[in-house]
Each structure stands twice: as C-alpha cells, then as structure tokens.
Design a protein around this ligand. Sequence first.
Ligand code: HEM
Length: 496
Amino acid sequence: MLQSTLTLALASCNGFPTLRDVGSLTSVILLLLALLYKVLYVPVASPPREDAPPRLPLPSWKVTQLFFEKRFDFIKDGFKATSSSIYQTTLFQHNAIVLSGDEGRQLFFKEKALCLYDTFSIMMGSGAAKFDPHQVGGVVRRMASIQRPDNLQKLIPLILSECQLKMNAWGRESILDPCSSLHEVAFQLVMRIASFDIANDPVLSARLKSLVDTVDSITNPYSTWLPWLPGPALFHKFFASVQIYRIVQAAINARKKSGIKRDDMLQQMIDEGDGTIQIFGCMLGLSLAGARATGTIVTWLIMQITSNPVWSSNVQEEVKTFISTHTSSTSLSGDVLIQALSEIPLTSWESQTPNLDLCIRETLRTSQPYTAVRKNIGPDVTIGSYVIPSGSLVVYPFSDTALNPKYYSDPTRWDPSRGTKKETPFIGWGAGKHACKGQRLATLSMKLVVVYALMRFDITMVDGQGKKINHLPPPDWNDSATCRLKERCGIKFVEK
Ligand code: HEM
C-alpha cells in the first residue's frame, strides 16, 4: 500500500501540467499491453505438488473480488469448502496459502521469511515497483522516539485540546455517524504528531484525510471483469497520492521558509536531513497505520461501554475516582476539565485505569476484522505435511484467534472480564516482529478520548429514527475498512 504510493508519487513529483493526459495515455498503453499479454501468453500447467494444501475451487478473479468485498465470509467459507485448516488459492496473480489453527498462527508470526513489506505493492496492484522497506522502517524508528515517556507526557494536553476542538463542533446535542465522527478525531490526533501546521489548518487537514481515505480504501485495485488489469481504483489512488505528496512538499517548504521550529515529526525529519519522499512516506505511513485503526477501535470502545450497563458503571466509577485522586477541583467542565486531565501524569494514565484497559483489550478482539498478509521471501517453508512455496503469499485472518470458540466461549459477546485470563491467545496488537509499533500512543490516545467524552457528554446509541436502543448491533466483519455496525445506528452525544 505504502510502497505503490511512494512509487507513484516519485513518478509524479515534478508536477507536469499534463499529468492527467499522461495518466490517460498510460491507461491506454497498459490496456493494450495487458490484452496482448492475455492473448499471447499460454501458461504452462505444472503438475500439482503432493505436499500442496488443498486448492479452493474458485477462479482467481472471483477470489480477488471476494477478498475485497466479503473477506471474512470468503476466508471462513474457504476452510469449509476445502475441509482443511490450511488451503491454497490464487490471490493477486500469486499463489496464496491461507492458514489457521495454533500451528498456523505460530508459524505466521514467528517465521522470519514471511515479510510484510513485500506485500504492499502486490495488494495495491503495482507489482512492477520494487519496495524499499526503509520507508516503513523510518516510521517504525520514529515511533520509538514519539513514544518516549517525556514525549507522551507532552502530548497529553495537545491530544486533549484536539478532542475539545473537534467535539466543540458537535454542539450541545448531536447524533453522529459511527463511521466518521470519531475517525475524524483520530486522524486529527495523528496529524498533531505528524505536522503542527497541517493539524492547525482544519480545511487542509480535512482534505488530507479524504485523500488518505482514498489511498487507504479497500476498493479492488484491479478491474473486476479483467482481474489482471489495473482498474479505475488504482488510478484514483494514484492521483490521491500525488496530491498528498504535494501537501507534504508545501508543508516542508513553508516550515523551512518560516524558520520556526515545531515539536513534531516533520521538524524531526527536516532536522535529520530527510528528503521530501522520506517525509511523505513517514506521514502517510503514520496516517495509514495509525489513524484508521485508532478511529475504528475508539468508536467501538465508546459504543460498547455506553451500551453495557455493567461496564458503563464500572468505567464511569473508575474515571471519577481516577480524576478525583489527581485534582481537587469540583466543577469539571470546559477548560478546567482539560487542565485537570492534562495534569495527570502519564504513569497514572497507563496504570490506574484497569477497567478501561480490559475494555480496550476486548474491543480489539471483537472489532478488528484484520487479515494479515505476508510474502514468503525465503526458501519453501513446511507446515505439518504441507509446504508454503517460496514466493507465495501467506494469509492469516485475525478472526481465527479472536472469534474462535475454542479460546473465547460465545465469541461475539463483548465481555471485558475475559481479559483477566492472560493465558488465552490474544493478537489485538499483532505479534512477532511486525507487532504494532504505535500501541503505547494508541492506548493513551484512546483513553484520553474516552475519558474526555464520558466526562463531557451523556452518550447513548440510537437507531435510524433517533430512538434509544439497548442492544448494540454486531460489527460487520466483512467491512475490513471501518468495521461498521450491521444495522444503521447513530451515537447520540448530549452535553452534560
Ligand atoms: C487502536 C489502534 C491500533 C491498532 C488496533 C493497531 C493494530 C496493529 C496491528 C494488528 C499491527 C500488525 C499488522 C500485521 O501483523 O500485519 C500493527 C502494525 C503497525 N502499527 Fe498499529 N495499530 C493501532 C494504532 C497504531 C498507531 C497510532 C500507529 C502509529 C501512529 C501504529 C503504527 C503501526 C506500525 C508502524 C505498524 C507496522 C509495524 C512493523 O511493520 O513492524 N499503529 N498495528
């Protein structure tokens, strides 16, 4: 994802006035080349290997379509159709092995040859581009310095002010779309870390969010009727990434020209001599890796807590006690509330809200329809009696652990008390070398958003007609982008 964007942006960063013409011409040439390839190329069928996992009997165009449109059902049905815990299929013109079970999970997260970065260009449809993993390495390295305790402590008032500003716009009473309002807050928090100037310009920040959403959208980058051909979604992503590149370039120039130093990632990178393409890669990586996941989880966290009488009362009590041990002020609203919350030390935020921690853990389990994909960049790997050939994609659906009744009885039920059993497998932040690098920042941000929102508003879930509902509809695990609710609902915020 990140890779193809970088490649596309590199190709376009000189800003030719005829960029759209070049795009159209490129599409025509690609179409002709693809047609020629399809007509002339006759694949040589190789005999099936004896150690190959059972093959899913579906054509590759159908697999790609289902992978984008109904990923959860498609993967689950595949295990049924092949009667196997491991099966193979063809995904994005690659052989793909889908894993499940304890052995599958352990191999997926431990095997060093399984590389995350090599999958970006394949999944986005720009297979020709060679990925430079250092771009992601840059994000990973910077996450360590952003999450140093002194830095996180400084971020607390900034994150709270962003919450206050965004939530002021909701007015005294409003019913908000669960798929957008808190996502906007999460994006703004990530921007606050990335670039002071972009975060301070609401119009620019909103435009950037919409462009990042386009790049990040899970629309199929291939044409559905000719799966080997780049589809319109790829071109939309291409133009969105070009515009993001230009926004970042303008932010760098403005910062350098102003001579003003800011405490953000942009400044760090300028001071270290990074070029525009590196800064662009890091900014986009931060938005893609962080903002959407934080938006989805914090939305579900608020919806689950406020819909569950027991946990709502547990968390509300905990929050009141937590705040009262750190402040003597009794009237907590407006700037006084922000001030009081900002003065609470990071160590307390991280250690004195055990109920909220359990709620976050359970929400990561129940509302994260993530499917991890890697490429085997080493030699063949063996799993049981099967082989994962070199060059194959390897797929592991998080649902195999998160919604597995073997580990979690009645798995779709949201029950934070499960988190006390630490021996149960839990992969809410991933595992192994690619486990989430923003976990500490994401957890802190989500706590600040939830505590601030609970202190400021009475929150209820309402149906399409605005009537209070007592039972929260389940998450749609086929919606791997925003994990929307299966029924139309709103979140009602009423200022206290
Ligand atoms: C609730 C919010 C978040 C959730 C649920 C989440 C979850 C995850 C998961 C499951 C992975 C592993 C992906 C895989 O194995 O394929 C991951 C990786 C990653 N996350 Fe997060 N994440 C969140 C927030 C963030 C934030 C805020 C940032 C940074 C601003 C971030 C940065 C990263 C990075 C850089 C990686 C890739 C690590 C690597 O390649 O080594 N995440 N995240």
